[in-house]
Write a protein that binds this ligand. Structure first.
Ligand SMILES: [Zn+2]
Ligand SMILES: [Zn+2]
Length: 262
C-alpha cells in the first residue's frame, strides 16, 4: 500500500509526502518547519522515516522550510542542477545537509524510485516528479504554465496525480494583482489555470489515472469549490462518475488530516 498526503498546498507553501508504511520522501518543503512537523504528526508519520527531499524549484513557497527541516535531520536533498544553483545562491544550501543533482535516469532510495520531468515555469530549472513505490506510483505536477506531451506521458502512468489548479480566470482578471503579475501567472512560464487543470485531468483519466488531488491553489485568485467544479465537470462530461471511475480531492491550504492510502 502507498501513502500520500499534502502537508501544505497553496501559493503560500507547498510540501507533499509520498511513501509506504516503512519510509517516504517529501516533495518540496515550503511554509515552515513547524507546519511540516505538525502536518506529519497529524497523520502519524515520523519525520525520521523521511529518506530524502526532492525540490521542484527554488521559489520560496517550495523551500522556505528546507534549511531547518533537512538540516535538523541531515536529510539528503535532490533537485535539478539549475534549482541547486538557485538554492546555493540564496544560502539555503548551507552545508548542514547533503545534496545531489538528480540525473535523467532518476534515483533509487530504499524501495522507491524517483525521476523528474521538466515543467514550464519562471525558475532556473523547474521540474515535477514521479515517485514509483513497489506497487503504486505518484506524479507531482505544480508550477507549470503549459502542459507538455512529456508531462502527460509521465503522469499518465501514475496511480495518483497531484495536479496544480492555481487560478480561476475570472478571479484573476478582476483580482487585486497588478497587470504584470497577472500576465506572469497566465504566461507559459506561469501557473496552471482551473481549465488547463481540467483538460489535463481529462487526458489523464483517458490514459488510466483514477485518483486526482488538486493543489497549489492561489489564495487570492481561486476558491476550492471553483477548482473542484471545473475539473469535476470536465470528468463528468466524459461520462465518468466520481467515486466509481475516479476520485477527486482538493488539497487544503494546511495539512491533510489523514493520508490517502491506495
Ligand atoms: Zn514557482
Ligand atoms: Zn509555487
Amino acid at each position: 500500500m502507498a501513502r500520500f498526503c499534502t502537508l501544505c498546498s497553496s501559493s503560500g507553501g507547498n510540501a507533499s509526502y509520498v511513501g509506504t508504511a516503512a519510509e517516504g520522501v517529501l516533495i518540496d518543503a515550503g511554509w515552515n518547519n513547524k507546519q511540516l512537523l505538525l502536518g506529519l504528526e497529524n497523520v502519524g508519520i515520523s519525520p525520521d522515516s523521511i529518506k530524502a527531499i526532492f525540490i521542484t524549484h527554488e521559489h520560496k513557497d517550495h523551500v522556505s522550510a528546507l534549511k531547518v527541516f533537512a538540516g535538523a535531520r541531515n536529510i539528503p536533498v535532490y533537485a535539478t542542477g539549475g534549482t541547486l544553483s538557485g538554492l546555493l545562491n540564496e544560502g539555503i544550501i548551507n552545508g548542514k545537509f547533503p545534496y545531489e543533482k538528480i540525473m535523467p535516469e532518476g534515483v533509487t532510495i530504499g524501495n522507491m524510485h524517483i525521476s523528474y520531468f521538466p515543467t514550464s515555469h519562471d525558475a532556473k530549472e523547474s521540474c515535477g516528479y514521479k515517485i514509483e513505490l513497489p506497487d503504486r506510483s505518484v506524479g507531482i505536477c505544480t508550477d507549470t504554465g503549459k502542459m507538455t506531451g512529456e508531462i502527460l506521458r509521465t503522469l499518465g502512468s501514475c496511480d495518483l496525480v497531484l495536479l496544480e489548479s492555481n487560478y480561476d480566470e475570472q478571479l484573476l482578471d478582476f483580482g487585486p494583482y497588478p497587470p504584470y503579475l497577472k500576465a506572469r501567472i497566465r504566461s507559459e512560464i506561469g501557473h496552471m489555470s482551473n481549465p488547463l487543470c481540467a483538460d489535463t485531468a481529462r487526458e489523464l483519466l483517458s490514459m488510466g489515472v483514477r485518483r486526482f488531488v488538486l493543489g497549489h491553489l492561489s489564495r487570492e485568485n481561486n476558491h476550492p469549490e471553483r477548482a473542484f467544479a471545473c475539473t469535476n465537470s470536465a470528468l463528468k462530461h466524459m461520462g465518468a462518475q466520481r467515486g466509481v471511475d475516479y476520485l477527486l480531492d482538493v488539497a487544503p491550504v494546511g495539512a491533510m488530516d489523514k493520508f490517502i492510502t491506495f
